[in-house]
Ligand binder design. Structure first.
Ligand SMILES: NC(=O)c1ccc[n+]([C@@H]2O[C@H](COP(=O)([O-])OP(=O)(O)OC[C@H]3O[C@@H](n4cnc5c(N)ncnc54)[C@H](O)[C@@H]3O)[C@@H](O)[C@H]2O)c1
Length: 299
């Protein structure tokens, strides 16, 4: 029987801080397929996340009766590549002051120290941040735009630069993109659409370069809307979910589990011929060229 078997593989998933987002759904799918999973959690959310985990407030259950167990939880702030990039106000912030090794290089160094060279098979980038996401692009400042691109797009480049050397041949990197990279989505502002466009373009270039250098694949999933914690910052996420449900090719809300399954497939040997790809997991909404709902209602 053809199945997704990730037994013996180790994954690092960046961008997990609760059980409602795409990162968690990907962790669940990878764990269900047998992978060991380490995660990277943003320092401002780390305490509440680990407390919720300890107190059993997160849904760690797996469909086969097992449970998600994290091999390691590393603090990770993906806007910093190296220690010297961290400004003093962040270093001394109460959410950071007791932490070390939370830059991308810092996490790569810890992975190598904890598990040795060539310790990774799967790297997942499931994070984004745009401080001015509610501003139209026309009203976005230069710092706001650059912050969105730094946190949401360059962070992938930096992760591939630093985690690529730790990956075994046949390994896979995936990230999460959104349709705003290629179509106008009103309300998805602050340079976030630009960041997703960069992420998709970089996926192609990184696929070539990392494929030739380390024999690994790089893909991105363009996911439909989900009312995650990050998406709630946009302010219109519930309306977007409804809009997709009414207008997508398959007229249902897409689920985080579907994105998790697609990620597990892309990271598995079954996806060995796929790299440089933007895979839409959005119930076919991306294929639509016209609003379907009013037409259907008038039939
Ligand atoms: N929710 C949606 O509608 C939707 C649709 C398409 C794509 N996506 C993408 O999916 C990915 C995951 O987002 P989500 O919607 O599941 O929300 P989420 O809140 O579960 O995940 C976003 C994560 O990014 C982390 N983060 C923010 N800044 C960070 C930083 N500097 N360093 C490290 N981590 C940082 C947050 O702590 C959070 O855990 C993002 O790339 C997002 O753009 C989301």
């Amino acid at each position: 029987m053809l199945s997704i078997d990730l037994t013996g593989k180790r994954a690092f998933v960046a961008g997990v801080a609760d059980d409602r987002g795409y990162g968690w759904a990907i962790v669940r799918a990878l764990a269900q397929a047998g992978a060991s999973v380490c995660i990277g959690t943003w320092p401002p959310t780390l305490r509440i996340f680990t407390k919720s985990l300890e107190r059993g407030k997160l849904d760690t259950s797996l469909p086969d009766g097992g449970e998600i167990r994290f091999e390691r939880i590393y603090p990770l702030d993906a806007v910093f590549d190296n220690d010297e990039d961290v400004p003093e106000d962040v270093r001394s912030d109460k959410r950071y002051v007791d932490l070390t090794g939370y830059t991308i290089q810092g996490v790569a160094d810890q992975l190598r120290a904890d598990f040795g060279d060539n310790c990774l098979d799967i790297v997942v980038h499931s994070l984004a941040n745009g401080p001015e996401v509610k501003n139209d692009l026309l009203d976005t400042s230069r710092p706001g735009y650059l912050a969105a691109v730094s946190a949401s797009a360059f962070s992938l480049v930096s992760m591939v630069q630093r985690f690529g050397p730790l990956m075994r041949p046949g390994g896979a990197v995936i990230s999460l993109s959104y349709l705003a990279a290629e179509r106008v989505i009103p309300g998805y502002g602050g340079g976030m659409s630009s960041a997703k466009a960069a992420l998709e373009g970089d996926t192609r270039t990184l696929a070539f370069e990392a494929g030739r250098r380390w024999g690994i694949r790089v893909n991105t999933i363009s996911a439909g809307p989900l009312a995650s914690r990050a998406a709630k910052a946009i302010g219109t996420i519930e309306k977007m979910v409804d809009y997709y449900r009414l207008n997508a090719a398959l007229p249902e809300a897409n689920t985080a589990e579907e994105v998790g399954s697609a990620a597990a497939f892309l990271c598995s040997p079954l996806g060995s011929g796929i790299t440089g790809e933007t895979l839409h997991v959005d119930k076919g909404y991306h294929a639509m060229g016209m609003q379907a709902d009013p037409l259907l209602a008038s039939e």
